[in-house]
Design a binder for this molecule. Structure first.
Ligand code: IMP
Ligand code: MG
Length: 192
């Protein structure tokens, strides 16, 4: 699929729908196993989805988990719309829920430099939760700029910019059912 206006091109599925299902089920088993003795109907696991990219993954994961959960969301932005993270994190929407004494699991679409997560872990730690964990659907370890803990990783991928399953390029392609690499078409490339 080519986008002639933006000069971007979508590659084939890097993570297909069947693999996505397997990843979600495996993560749900690991996470349920870890939290089953810690959370209850009275004190459910608080899944914090990082908007907007984590929404698709979170909706699948929440339904696959075997422990009581509640949901909250946070919107953060690194400045600009470039495909490179700037490292400056701005809170656009904060949690509705107090997290003191709660078991909190941050749900991210992808960990790239790790700067967003490093910021979020510190931000949440200051609010006195019972525990903080992170689950990321994808990980790009080659891009890591800071050493930040990610307790659960769906899959590591090479240093490529990917879209689909919630991930966007300039707000586009979030609803693709699989994960695809997006590439810039060279100006003297094919006309197709
Ligand atoms: P980090 O702070 O560099 O780890 O950036 C993490 C955020 O950058 C993710 O939550 C995504 O919103 C965005 N991001 C990083 N890599 C990609 C990608 O390949 N596709 C889409 N968004 C990405
Ligand atoms: Mg994000």
């Amino acid at each position: 699929m080519d986008d002639k206006i933006s000069g971007m091109h979508l590659g084939s599925c890097l993570v297909g729908e069947d693999e996505i299902t397997e990843i979600v089920e495996r993560l749900a088993r690991e996470i349920s196993g870890h939290y089953e003795s810690l959370v209850s109907e009275e004190n459910p696991l608080l899944l914090v989805g990082i908007l907007k990219g984590a929404v698709v993954f979170l909706s699948d994961l929440a339904r696959a988990l075997d422990v009581p959960v509640s949901l909250d969301f946070m919107a953060v932005s690194s400045y600009g719309a470039s495909t490179d993270s700037s490292g400056v994190v701005r809170i656009l929407h904060d949690l509705d829920t107090p997290i003191e004494d709660r078991h909190v699991l941050i749900v991210e679409d992808i960990v790239d430099t790790g700067l967003t997560l490093q910021y979020l872990r510190e931000h949440f730690s200051a609010r006195g939760p019972a525990s903080i964990g992170v689950v990321a659907f994808l990980d790009k370890p080659d891009r890591r700029a800071v050493d930040v803990a990610v307790e659960y990783v769906g899959r590591s991928i090479p240093d490529e910019f990917v879209v689909g399953y919630g991930l966007d390029w300039n707000q586009r392609h979030r609803a693709l059912p699989c994960v695809r690499v997006i590439e810039e078409m060279s100006s003297e490339g094919e006309n197709g």
